[in-house]
Design a binder for this molecule. Sequence first.
Ligand code: SF4
Length: 164
Amino acid sequence: MKVNGTLVNYYIHCKRQCWLHSNRINMENNSEEVKVGKAIHELKKEQGKKTEVAIDNIRIDKITKDYLIEIKKSDADIEAVRWQLLFYLKILKDKGIERRGKIEVIEKKKENNKIIYEELNEEIEKELKIIVKGIEELIDLPKPPNVIFENKCKKCAYYEYCYI
Ligand code: SF4
């Protein structure tokens, strides 16, 4: 499997999740969290605001003349979302399309909504290279890393797979 934004997100969030997803063990559809995320996407589509763009093996929520925008339903693991967005910015840059990044967190409680801005720089591009290499090595392993037993597991789509 070619490295994509979802794998970058999972790699930062949980290396086991990254391995499971890349090896086609897909439990996402069972997760309540994922269903909520999909519902937000559908809602945006209905409101005519959604302009999902696909380039190569990546899917971008929205692209404007200044920004590449990722829409998320919570800031639960914003670090993973950050790197996912930065990965997309780099793919676009390599194609001659330079944008800044914007993460729009749309929560049920509107007062928790927030916007986070991101931008590529030399340091980040170096770090991205290391992450992509790390993912390539990880997903080639014959078996997944062990379960990590952390709080984040409770909301993970792979919870049943890892714990039961
Ligand atoms: S349940 Fe925990 S260990 Fe398993 S994939 Fe999810 S976050 Fe990783």
